[in-house]
Ligand binder design. Structure first.
Ligand code: F6R
Length: 241
């Protein structure tokens, strides 16, 4: 595993954006696995800035997001599709038809999970997966004790995760109870994984994930078994390793 230490959130975002733009420059048809949440917002801002300067071109890039809430329409301001549009897609020259997220409105879970796995496969797999890290070690919506062998599936969100995500909603009752997520197996099949972490509150889980035992109790610990993981964190998040 490679570890890059950044001074702060901005520097972490810049370093991770550098890795992603290098990936796109080396392969203009890159398939990027993307995340939502607070951690990647600075990365997207940096990539937008470089796109506007003409330094990076997304016209042949494909993106496949980790997850989406069940029950939310793509134009719902709380959906991850909306988030991606707002913070990234609408500012760059990516073709909307090359951007994939699970369809939160699909009632047949079995159909949606199979469709999503097919999208990943038909695009040749994910070249680089960007991941944030939950305080309990979750990646995507794979909560503690999620099966390592799971591919895309529908999960019932834990109370902790709903609490953590309520900052994006008016009340806890508005936070959806289920989500579609790539499984741990899907994530592990990405050819390269870039994990971004910022802030002191992530320090303990960074230590447990990357230097503790490999256990479903800490889903991110499985990343120790992947042969191409890059951890980009600010000093605060890396302070215990
Ligand atoms: C987002 C996702 C989540 C977040 C994680 C960290 O698509 O799948 O696993 O990456 O909850 O969230 P932040 O970055 O808000 O700390």
């Amino acid at each position: 595993m490679k570890i890059y230490t950044a001074t702060d959130f901005k520097d972490m975002s810049r370093k991770a954006a550098n890795i992603i733009s290098a990936q796109i420059i080396l392969n203009e048809k890159s398939v990027l696995g993307l995340a939502t949440g607070s951690s990647p917002i600075g990365v997207y801002q940096q990539l937008i800035e470089w796109y506007k300067k003409g330094d990076v071109d997304f016209s042949s890039v494909t993106t496949i997001n980790l997850d989406e809430y069940v029950g939310l329409a793509p134009d719902d301001p709380h959906s991850y599709r909306y988030f991606m549009k707002k913070y990234f897609f609408s500012h760059i020259n990516i073709h909307e038809s090359n951007t994939y997220l699970p369809n939160g409105l699909q009632k047949s879970q079995e159909f949606e999970c199979m469709r999503y796995e097919c999208i990943i496969r038909n695009n040749g797999g994910i070249d680089m997966q960007l991941l944030g890290l939950g305080h309990n070690g979750h990646i995507g919506f794979n909560e503690p004790n999620a099966a390592f062998e799971a591919d895309t599936h529908c999960v019932t969100l834990s109370q902790d995760t709903r609490e953590a995500n309520k900052r994006f909603f008016d009340t806890i009752d508005d936070v959806p109870r289920q989500a579609y997520t790539m499984g741990i197996k899907t994530i592990m099949q990405a050819r390269r994984i870039v994990v971004i972490v910022s802030g002191e509150s992530k320090a303990e889980i960074v230590k447990r994930s990357f230097f503790g035992s490999i256990t479903p109790d800490v889903p991110a610990s499985v990343l120790q078994l992947h042969n191409n993981v890059t951890l980009v964190g600010d000093k605060a998040a890396l302070s215990l390793i």
